[in-house]
Design a protein around this ligand. Structure first.
Ligand code: FMN
Length: 169
């Protein structure tokens, strides 16, 4: 898939078929995530690949907008590592860039996914920390349920020329 087409046609997918996602696809997705830009090229991320059905089914207990995860065969938790940071606080942008790369790779492979926000909601951070045994230096940013799409979404028009400012505001 061509890059611009992939960017413009990616949509959040919240309904999934029963078809499993192969380890090979998960590796491709993780590789794409790890090629994201990061401040000072610190790459301060970790990824928890969750396939355990019991763990996936427990996510809605701490995340109010995550019920689609009950259907997804796999999810990836994108985390920042406080100890790997060189520039304080930039782990959020770094892990967000990794998350977007991940979503685009998913789409390019014909799979579907949705970004579930974890950071900065304390109850979601603590819920993820407990459920996935995260050490104290590990900060969960997003959780991404992934599967084969069981819905299709229209491509909305989002380009807003009035939001573009030439030279000065
Ligand atoms: C930081 C962030 C947090 C989000 N959290 C959730 C969420 O908790 N649950 C959900 O269903 N979608 C979540 N989304 C997905 C947005 O709802 C979605 O991206 C937006 O509606 C635009 O739709 P699109 O992704 O199809 O273009 C989140 C997206 C971002 C960037």
């Amino acid at each position: 898939m061509e890059a611009i087409e992939a960017l413009l046609t990616r949509r959040s997918i919240r309904k999934f078929t029963d078809q499993p996602v192969t380890d090979e696809h998960v590796d491709t997705i993780l590789k794409a995530a790890m090629y994201a830009p990061s401040a000072g090229n610190t790459q301060p991320w970790h990824f928890v690949v969750v396939r355990d059905r019991e763990l996936l089914d427990m996510v809605p207990e701490f995340h109010p907008y995550a019920r689609m995860i009950l259907q997804s065969p796999v999810a990836i938790l994108v985390c920042g590592d406080r100890d790997l940071q060189k520039f304080d606080g930039f782990w959020i942008q770094d892990c967000s860039a990794a998350t977007e790369n991940l979503l685009l790779a998913v789409h390019g492979l014909g799979l579907g996914a949705v970004w579930l926000g974890v950071h900065p909601r304390p109850e979601r951070i603590e819920g993820a920390r407990k459920l996935f045994d995260l050490p104290d230096n590990i900060l969960p940013l997003s959780l991404i349920p992934i599967g084969y799409p069981d819905e299709s979404k229209p491509d909305p028009e989002r380009f807003k020329p009035e939001r573009v400012h030439l030279n000065k505001w």
